[in-house]
Design a protein. Structure first.
Length: 257
């Protein structure tokens, strides 16, 4: 039996939704006897085990809890109940430009972000040229990243993360930002990491891409895990949920899918 890379044990995460942002709003709601806030369960008693070398797709419509779960795995947030155990070096992209400092140049950010992801200075120096070439931002390397476009942000951040040789690689929707050529380049790099036996957890709404990249799919619905099996079956459930939402009044009026 191999030691799991990720263990999510009965995890729950709650957020407080505030309905009043000003004294006036608070007063009006108080007079009308309306609540000022409510608790939202982003995750509700979720358990999941991921073994080394697995490529897992987290699927679900907006608000299902998949991105929150990914943030718990990455250590950005802590669960309110349960525990999250992770074994090995973790790298990933859970937000466009995550880990990049806007006031620093691209060059300085390569060393900063790589250090955050656990790389030593010598390791960064050895891979520096490869990181820059992959990102395609060499021309702007000595400019502050606050002047980068969102696509340039993503390209540099992805390139750094993808060259840290992580044991666990986490990706959340960031590929949707890139242009088609770089997107294909990223997918090729993800396939390389998969071939090297890296553990990966990927969140995206591109179900066709997920079923192509991942063998296993975990379907989330309203903060709970409702399916854990083949990526193809999870994708079919996602399409059913999307169709059901489109049939509701909110969905017909253009609610996010």
């Amino acid at each position: 039996m191999t030691v799991p890379s990720i263990v999510i044990d009965s995890v729950s995460k709650r957020f407080t939704l505030r309905h009043a942002r000003s004294i006036k709003e608070m007063t009006v709601r108080a007079v009308r006897r309306q609540s000022l806030s409510e608790t939202f369960n982003a995750l509700d008693d979720v358990s999941l085990t991921v073994h080394p070398g697995e490529t897992v797709a987290l699927m679900g419509l907006n608000g299902s809890g998949k991105s929150t779960l990914l943030k718990l795995i990455s250590g950005v947030m802590r669960p309110d109940d349960g525990r999250v155990l992770v074994r090995g070096r973790v790298a990933g992209l859970i937000d466009v430009g995550a880990g990049l400092h806007p006031e620093l140049t691209g060059r300085e950010n390569v060393f900063l972000n790589a250090a955050i992801l656990g790389m030593g200075e010598r390791e960064v120096e050895a891979k520096f040229d490869e990181i820059v070439e992959f990102s395609g931002v060499g021309r702007f390397l000595d400019s502050q990243v606050k002047f980068y476009s969102s696509g340039m942000f993503m390209r540099l951040a992805f390139s750094i993360a993808a060259h840290t040789e992580p044991d666990i690689f986490l990706i959340d929707e960031v590929l949707a930002v890139g242009d088609p050529p770089f997107r294909e380049k990223c997918l090729a790099r993800i396939c390389e990491l998969r071939g090297e036996g890296r553990t990966m957890v990927i969140v995206a709404h591109d179900i066709q891409m997920l079923t192509r990249l991942c063998d296993r799919g975990v379907m989330m619905r309203a903060g709970r895990k409702v399916f854990d099996g083949s990526a193809a079956e999870a994708g079919a459930l996602w399409r059913e949920d999307r169709q059901a939402r489109r049939m509701t009044p909110a969905g017909r009026n253009g609610a996010a899918q």
